[in-house]
Design a protein around this ligand. Structure first.
Ligand code: ATP
Ligand code: MG
Length: 572
């Protein structure tokens, strides 16, 4: 493509709301334009990258015998009502009414639509396993759309769904997708970690689920991992341990005045003890099918609650902080709460890191007072792993150190069991002639998020550094020339390079070298070819340079094509 004829421009300013590099660079390098919060127009170069990611996805899905379909962007409310998700999806699902007053929604995901397709087209085990996928627009009315394409409201997702009758088959298909995803992200040229994930509201917690996380400092997810024992988990799900903790065995139960000191940190400082001598009390109301239960959670003073673990332990649809009015009804005093002298029976859950043979400082349920030397042994409680892992933890084996890294979730695979097929009453004939609900798997890749994640991982202060396989063009050809003679040489060379199938963008605009090089760095094509008239007249050579490292090599016009081909094939 010749830039003089292209539809492309770059921008100097960084918009105020663009906090992360991918958002800034996608805007500055002319890939996207914002049209509304979390909604973007993809410009030609963005589409080139998207198509490349899509092609890799299609090739890898074909290898595992997944069939491409395309659902409508809208799905009828009736289907979502069958699975009860019409209400459960909450405000992230954007709903609409048609002129007949029928409910519709902009699909945030497509389990209902694919299950409906399945029940209309499949009746026998002979048609299984079946893998279907689409690459299509999704809409989720995210509460905080941010970071550009990383968390949009409208985004492009590849969503796949599988159907099977036996557990073995479900596991085999899951492994196929697992490997398919490994290949996709490897081919996209990204460094990623596969982590154990939380199944969330989507599925039974016994089903397998993994996330594919692109490693990047700006990632919203925390990955807990140890390469030594090949452990990697999203912090939401991570199981780690604390060791060598200093516990108290103060046997003198007594109330102590702690005026104005309502956090564990303040109380520990006031009393001159380590935080592990204190207990944090958190009151949470869990809601299961509209029924509310108030729970008292006890964790060590320097731990935090992992809400995902807590929600899944309580098997709750939602958890919320217990309302102050309820706390006072229960005789609990905000800032000074604890399991001490409870007037009401409560659902008490103690974190596993709490040593029950120790005694603790905890709220006395009296304003400005705590109690020390308090033993938990007399309480009626359950124990559970509810804390958020800390970087100083060790793995579950009690010895291997773990590390934290930041990641961007680009892919997520789940086993769904028969949750959807049961609720939609889908049955097919098995080998023995009886009717059974098949199990399902679902497998998502954020296509536009992957494009942004690639930039988060691959950029420098001057711009994007695209991995070869997903770059908008492989070669960026800058011409610095004033004379028609050199322009003709460059133009012929450009035509010849294009003929070979190499994807080349030719900067033949009437602009100075500084401007052109800045634009080339910002755009980030992996190879830069430069014809500078002055050098060319002296040496008869052009320069080939990789975007990712600065050293250029001089080549004659005849050597250009083989040299480019060599670099491209080495980076396949
Ligand atoms: P997150 O936890 O980041 O909100 P999710 O777990 O809700 O994502 P899934 O339902 O697993 O997302 O969707 C599959 C994939 O779609 C994700 O792995 C991610 O790559 C992509 N995706 C999800 N939400 C968004 C979004 N708001 N913007 C861009 N991509 C998204
Ligand atoms: Mg997910």
């Amino acid at each position: 493509m010749k830039l003089s004829q292209g539809y492309w421009q770059t921008y100097k300013e960084i918009p105020n709301d663009a906090e992360v590099p991918s958002h800034q660079l996608l805007l500055r390098a002319g890939f996207i334009q914002k049209i509304a919060a979390g909604i973007y127009t993809y410009l030609p170069f963005a589409l080139r990258v998207i198509k490349k990611i899509e092609n890799i996805i299609r090739e890898e899905h074909e290898k595992i015998n997944a069939h491409e379909v395309q659902f409508s962007i809208m799905t009828p409310g009736d289907l979502w009502k069958e699975t009860k998700r019409w209400d459960d999806m909450g405000p992230q699902m954007l709903k609409a009414k048609d002129r007949m007053n029928r409910d519709l929604c902009f699909s945030p995901t497509n389990e209902e639509a694919v299950s409906d397709l399945f029940r209309n087209t499949v009746s026998s085990y002979k048609q299984l396993p079946l893998n279907l996928y689409q690459i299509n627009t999704k809409f989720r009315d995210e509460i905080r759309p941010r970071f550009g394409l990383l968390r949009g409201r409208e985004f492009l997702m590849k969503d796949a769904y599988s159907f099977h009758l036996s557990k073995d088959c479900q596991d085999k298909v899951y492994d196929d997708f697992y490997r398919c995803y490994e290949n996709i992200f490897r081919r996209c040229g990204l460094e990623f970690i596969i982590v154990e994930a939380d199944a969330g509201a989507m599925a039974d917690s016994s089903n397998k689920t993994h996330e594919f996380q692109v490693v990047a400092d700006t990632g919203e997810d925390t990955i807990v991992y140890s390469s030594e024992i090949k452990y990697a988990s999203n912090i939401e799900k991570a199981k780690t341990k604390r060791i060598n903790l200093d516990f108290s065995n103060d046997q003198n139960l007594a109330e102590v005045e702690t005026k104005g000191k309502s956090t564990c940190e303040d109380v520990a400082e006031l009393l001159g003890v380590p935080l592990t001598h204190t207990l944090k009390t958190i009151m949470v109301t869990s809601i299961v099918e509209e029924e509310e239960t108030h729970n008292m959670i006890l964790i060590l003073g320097d731990d935090e609650v992992n809400e995902v673990k807590l929600k899944s332990f309580l098997k709750a649809d939602h958890i919320i902080p217990t309302k102050e009015s309820v706390l006072s009804e229960l005789g609990l005093v905000v800032g000074y709460m604890g399991p001490y002298q409870l007037k009401n029976s409560l659902n008490i859950i103690i974190d596993e890191a709490v040593d029950l043979s120790a005694t603790y400082i905890t709220g006395a349920n009296k304003k400005d007072y705590h109690v020390k030397g308090f033993s938990l042994k007399e309480l009626k409680y359950e124990k559970a792993d509810l804390r958020l892992s800390q970087e100083s933890d060790v793995a579950e084996d009690g010895k291997t150190p773990i590390k934290f890294r930041k990641g961007i979730e680009v892919g997520h695979i789940f086993q769904l069991g028969d949750k959807y097929t049961q609720s939609m009453n889908i049955k097919i004939l098995d080998e023995k002639g009886s009717r059974q609900s098949p199990s399902m798997g679902c497998y998502g890749i954020g296509v536009t998020r992957t494009m942004a994640a690639a930039i988060e991982q691959c950029h420098d202060e001057n711009g994007i550094i695209w991995p070869f396989s997903i770059a908008p063009f492989q070669v960026h050809f800058c011409l610095i020339s004033k004379t028609d003679e050199t322009k003709k040489i460059a133009n012929d060379l450009y035509e010849n390079i294009k003929q070979t199938g190499i994807e080349i963008i030719f900067d033949d605009r009437k602009m100075g070298p500084g401007f052109k090089f800045k634009d080339a760095d910002l755009l980030g094509c992996p190879i830069r070819l430069t014809l500078g008239e002055r050098d060319f007249n002296k040496t008869g050579k052009l320069e080939i340079k990789l975007r990712k490292d600065g050293d250029g090599v001089a080549v004659s016009p005849e050597e250009v094509i083989p040299a480019l081909q060599k670099i491209i094939s080495e980076n396949k």
